[in-house]
Design a protein around this ligand. Sequence first.
Ligand code: NAG
Ligand code: NAG
Ligand code: NAG
Length: 189
Amino acid sequence: MMRKLGTIVVLCSMAIAMPVFCSIAEDPKEVEQWFHDLTTKADQKVTKLHFYFQDLRGITTTMVAQSNTSLTSPTFFGLTYMVDDPLTVGPSQASKVVGRAQGLYGSSSKEDMRLFMAIDIVFTDGTYNGSTLTVLGSNPITQTKRELPVIGGTGVFRLARGVALLNTYFFNAALGNATVEYTVIVQHY
Ligand SMILES: *[C@@H]1O[C@H](CO)[C@@H](O)[C@H](O)[C@H]1NC(C)=O
Ligand SMILES: *[C@@H]1O[C@H](CO)[C@@H](O)[C@H](O)[C@H]1NC(C)=O
Ligand SMILES: *[C@@H]1O[C@H](CO)[C@@H](O)[C@H](O)[C@H]1NC(C)=O
């Protein structure tokens, strides 16, 4: 039994080092062993990811809540959307999709245009297919460059911590289209 577990762990750490996807929907025992092995694992990796977030009002986003004053508020305070936005390699909407940003954002300030975001970045391609990163924090959308916390992850990104650097590439208020460049830098094992 110990030998079998050992073999799985070795295969898994090799796969991560390679790196090849390994670890979504693992048996709880394997995950527990992974945590035990951390005590002997010195190195943390730093991974940098780069992609574009494609936000199309009414197409990839849907309004799910508002208060009776949201639409008359200068900052749309309380207006909340559920989103399933494609993440692409390049800035064009036609560019290859490598993941989805799924979650919620809502106007969280009465004073400036700021969205509180609770978004899961779900990778759907290549090395990171099936792994996720969670972005949670305040996004002052009128500033061209923003920094949001990455508070965790799954799969390849288990126990990840880091930041997402956001840079507006394109925004059309009338259409409600936005393309935002994301550079994500995370520490993980
Ligand atoms: C909004 O709803 C609250 C609570 O029901 C109410 O007290 C308030 O008068 C409403 N405001 C407007 C502008 O309708
Ligand atoms: C990603 O993983 C899913 C589930 O395992 C699989 O169905 C899909 O074909 C994979 N996609 C790519 C591009 O590897
Ligand atoms: C903006 O969004 C519309 C759909 O609302 C889409 O048809 C159009 O191609 C988008 N334009 C740009 C420049 O992103």
